[in-house]
Design a protein around this ligand. Sequence first.
Ligand code: FO1
Length: 325
Amino acid sequence: MTATDALRIVLLAGGVGGSTFATGLRDEIAGRGGSLTVVCNTGDDLWLSGLRLQPDVDSMLYALAGVKDLAQGWGRAGDSRRVADELAAWNVGWEWFLLGDLDLGAHIARTSWLREGLSPTDAIARLQARWDLGATLLPMTDTEVDTHVVLDAAGTRMHFQEWWTRHRARLEPVRFENPGIAVSVPAPGVLEAIAAADVILVAPSNPIVSIGPILAVPGLADAIRAASAPVVGVSPIIGDAPVRGMADVCLRVAGVPCTAAGVAGHYGARGADGVLDAWLIAAEDAEAAASVDDLGITAHVEPLWMSDAARTRALAVAALRAAGI
Ligand code: FO1
């Protein structure tokens, strides 16, 4: 690309960590006149209290709009729970899964548009039109592929959100399943964005239940492998522990070591049927650089903690630098 071309970035991301990284990226490329398309995980979506919830999409939406509850990592800042308390009194929904009043507005809007016949992509387009996000938000697929956590050989299962929020990932799973993912198709615009990208980034999101479902949508990983853009990932593991959340349990279930190199190996090198060209790891994991390089993935040691807006933006700069931009 030349200096006059607008930089086109595609980010694959989950909700909590992914949306933080996306804000830094958006802030950085705004000054460079670039465009950002976020392909968001919809594997943790669910129907609850008659409403369609898209937790990762909404975390991304709220973060980019500047209305996310940053301390909590999800939901709207300054939200209240008047409706949630009423629903609990009627024993509707899950008492352990809080739907704030402002958040409920998004769920009701989405569900009413879906009932009118809009696709999830179109509903998300309407939701994001409310704010100037500085990015385009796409779901990975319009097909419902909610994640199930299978708990035993007999196939006993629960929805991922129940396992994650009610049981705090303490029940040992046998595996995760996304029913229907084998026949899902990438949402409109996803393959086109990947093909046209100048750089493809993989956010520091949960590799198994956030990035995993995105890459499992048929055709999506192949499109990344076929893309002309470099693919750079950011490790969600620092010092052998997840930056946030309970990704260590998910990695163990999938048989992936909870290390920066382990996750790089899980994603694999593009040259070896994987998706990565480069992988950002923290200084705490610098000794893993050689084994990442041995996978055919170029390791870059960078500060990965997104502890404030400046550090988050610096991480976005580092990811673009690793892509040669
Ligand atoms: N996470 C929680 O730990 N407790 C909750 O009560 C909760 C409610 C909730 C409601 C809407 C929403 O979009 C997300 C919500 N989350 C909640 C976050 C969510 O369960 C997970 O952190 C993500 O799905 C994991 O990616």
